[in-house]
Write a protein that binds this ligand. Structure first.
Ligand SMILES: Nc1ncnc2c1ncn2[C@@H]1O[C@H](COP(=O)(O)OP(=O)(O)OP(=O)(O)O)[C@@H](O)[C@H]1O
Length: 230
């Protein structure tokens, strides 16, 4: 289980996360929602170690990981699909996937299952990352994170700028990873409907704080939407 408690993060003098709590449980999808700039990506970056929180605790599988390096968190089973995908444009699909092997158990190869989940990656194995469409790059970014065989998968706005048919594929894969593979999933989303349909738990951020959180069915839809509309 992932547990984030009272996390505080500042950029210079500006306080971005103001005591944020979040949990993610194996087999469950936790969706983090909020308007632009409320601190969703900063929270994800703090969990994976790309930002250092000034206060609070991050524990994963019972271990305090708050001061460990990003590579160590990746080896501890935390996978990350960053906002904007961050595909290596001059590496092939195969090479992009292989970059994640450094975080995989010793002796691992790229799991074949990734190509069953995203057949397009098999077809385009030798194509350069930069030559893929946005939706294909997103599938590659998820495939790359899965190559490290994570037990927690963090996805930062995987549907941003993606066509509806690919969004459906991505939703199907995320649901499969949580329900059938028992992965803990944290999904950052802008779109309420996508989060509601997929999320077991919703956590809604407003200006660096968790305004509302709980099992999806227990939350009042109007109140959630109130925090998301500008
Ligand atoms: N590296 C940084 N240095 C300074 N300020 C930053 C940095 N990264 C983010 N911020 C600021 O912190 C706040 C939260 O940004 P963040 O990207 O975490 O929000 P977000 O909810 O993910 O937004 P979006 O939906 O637009 O991605 C914003 O005001 C942003 O400008």
């Amino acid at each position: 289980m992932l547990s984030v408690e009272a996390l505080e993060l500042s950029y210079g003098a500006s306080l971005c996360l103001r005591g944020v709590d979040l949990t993610a449980t194996p087999g469950q999808i936790t969706c983090v929602l909020g308007r632009n700039g409320v601190g969703k990506s900063s929270l994800m970056r703090a969990i994976v170690g790309l930002e250092r929180a000034q206060k609070g605790r991050i524990t994963w599988e019972g271990r305090d990981i708050g001061s460990t390096a990003p590579a160590e968190r990746a080896r501890a089973g935390i996978g990350y699909v960053p906002q904007g995908r961050e595909i290596f444009p001059f590496l092939t699909v195969q090479e992009n996937l292989e970059t994640a092997l450094a975080a995989a158990p010793r002796g691992s190869v790229v799991p074949q299952e990734i190509f069953d989940l995203f057949p397009i990656l098999r077809d385009f194995l030798r194509r350069r990352g930069g030559d893929l469409s946005g939706g294909q790059q997103q599938q590659l970014a998820i495939g790359r994170a899965l190559t490290a065989q994570p037990r927690l998968l963090i996805l930062d706005e995987p549907t941003e700028g993606i066509q509806p048919n690919v969004i459906k594929d991505i939703a199907r894969v995320i649901a499969y990873l949580a329900r059938d593979r028992g992965m803990a999933v944290v999904l950052v989303e802008q779109y309420f409907e996508f989060a509601r349909d997929l999320g077991d738990t919703l956590a809604i951020m407003v200006r660096g704080e968790m305004a509302l959180a709980g099992p999806t069915q227990s939350l009042d839809e109007d109140e959630v939407r109130k925090h998301l509309t500008v």
